[in-house]
Design a protein around this ligand. Sequence first.
Ligand SMILES: C[S@@+](CC[C@H](N)C(=O)[O-])C[C@H]1O[C@@H](n2cnc3c(N)ncnc32)[C@H](O)[C@@H]1O
Length: 311
Amino acid sequence: MHKPVMVREVMELLNPPAGGVAVDATVGAGGHARALAERLGAEGTLIALDRDATMLELAQQNLADAPCMIHFVHADYRNLPEVLHELPIEQVDAILVDMGVSSVQLDDPERGLAFRYDAPLDMRLDREQPTTAYHLLQRIKLNDLIRILREYGGEHWAKPIARAIIRRRDQGRMNTTGDLAAAVLEAVPKKFQEKRIHPATRTFQAIRIAVNRELDDLQPAFEAMAGCLKVGGVMCVLAYHSLEDRAVKHAFRNLAQRTREPTGVGGVGKEQPLTPLLEVLTPKPLEPSEAEIQDNPRARSAKLRAARRVA
Ligand SMILES: C[S@@+](CC[C@H](N)C(=O)[O-])C[C@H]1O[C@@H](n2cnc3c(N)ncnc32)[C@H](O)[C@@H]1O
């Protein structure tokens, strides 16, 4: 079961009007979408995106009795402006992005996202995409793998783990999630293997992020999304990784303090202020309460930021 994270805080910030139009850019199992649909009511419209067609189907089943009209779209939220243009919907009252993966995906043994099950090394969120984790690991160079493990996984043991993965790969023993977990256990000395989390957790996260290019082009995508809001509309992003949160923070800050390059005679050297597009509603990101973390450990790393379109 996937429990939606910080629903109360998200709904207070987004506060979409009854009869309004909202986007759930990462519908997943539809937990947040249900709360949005109930607020929008019979006259409202929800646009629900997911890049994983299986999750979109699940959301469709879970939301079959939702009160508002829902458009389910198999798409990457980085293409939200194009999705809205196709529908066609010009601007919306609320946008929610709940990043990362759902526990439904993590718990599906066939997806190859978890070290708990021995499965083919897939890890794709969008199964129409050609590159799986197996393909990525078959052709990756040592230094690129070290960088991925460090940057995307925050892995302290990146070098020995990358070496162990490449060694196994070159012996033809890197085909399943079990092989990947075994490489990590080989590389990290026993006395440094953490008890609290499985030693392969960071490696799996890093490779999943690389396979799905989850951190690519995020800042421009959030900036483009802000342009899809009506004036007064609100956008909320739940991030679970420091690089995701940084992209949200920078996108919001850029649009809240807009300046342009000096142009024309007389303007040279001076920055002309432009009207800010956004007002940041969360100077510091909100985090889940202790009670929520107790009830839903996946919420632990969540950071919630929100901004309102003001011009
Ligand atoms: C944390 S889950 C969302 C859970 C959802 N809020 C709920 O209440 O059930 C994230 C979802 O976003 C999807 N996703 C991840 N990256 C995406 C992207 N770039 N575009 C669209 N969907 C994406 C994943 O497939 C997953 O279903």
